[in-house]
Design a protein around this ligand. Sequence first.
Ligand code: IPE
Ligand code: IPE
Ligand code: MG
Length: 263
Amino acid sequence: MSLDQLLAVIPSGSPDEALVRQLNFDQLPAHVAIIMDGNGRWAAKRHLPRVEGHRAGIDAVRDVVETSARLGIEVLTLYAFSVENWKRPKAEVNTLMLLLKRYIRSELATLLRNNIRFRVIGRHEELAPDVQEELSRGIDQTAGNTGMIFNIALNYGGRSEIIDAARRAMASGIAPANLDEQTFSNFLYTGGQPDPDLLIRTSGEMRVSNFLLWQIAYAEIWVTDTLWPDFRRRDLLEAVIAYQKRDRRYGGIKPSPVAVSAK
Ligand code: IPE
Ligand code: IPE
Ligand code: MG
């Protein structure tokens, strides 16, 4: 996408426009991964049940998915449900699953319009059959698209993913001596996709909570106090601008800036 295509949907003179103009389109993160956190606290602040926070979080998902596609991000991964989240009350889990199904149903047209490929990462075979069915519909109907890959992490755990990859590697019959980092990464759920360059976490928590443990080895981390339901295009643009000011060294000594200058 281009500056012009993004500006076409942004009110001129708005703070978002000023942010877009600071972006360097030649140095975008190829993969942005987001730990969407703070829905419960958003609801608590309003004296609402936790599930109202999840409901409100869907607007943020919509905004971020569309903005990422328009920006020209190659891969967007959103952490929606961890393998640990089953510990929550059954009613909350059920509502999360219901909201997920509704989201796919109502957003499929938008995903198709934006040429987005919808994928699921995680042990999705353990989800309820009706949820799996809805997910498959979304995956199948967008499989022919050629634009941004949108991974939703569901029943996802970084450690489970590594175990699953190890099992798949063993089952493939690959000789141990031939197993290197590149080959192993192809057995991960994200096989073939670039590693996240930018990892965003909302609600101020400074932890990775079992998310993409292998893939975030050299991701730049950006944490905001904003709670997920309040996260919008503006926050995403701020994160990308901050990312473009980082020096990525990969263990070396010579700073290799993401961008020479984001101005
Ligand atoms: C993130 O918000 C959504 C999921 C983990 C599904 P939380 O529900 O974790 O909200 P907080 O962290 O309790 O505020
Ligand atoms: C991480 O959030 C998982 C998702 C965003 C789906 P949590 O709220 O579950 O993480 P912790 O418990 O604060 O580490
Ligand atoms: Mg949380």
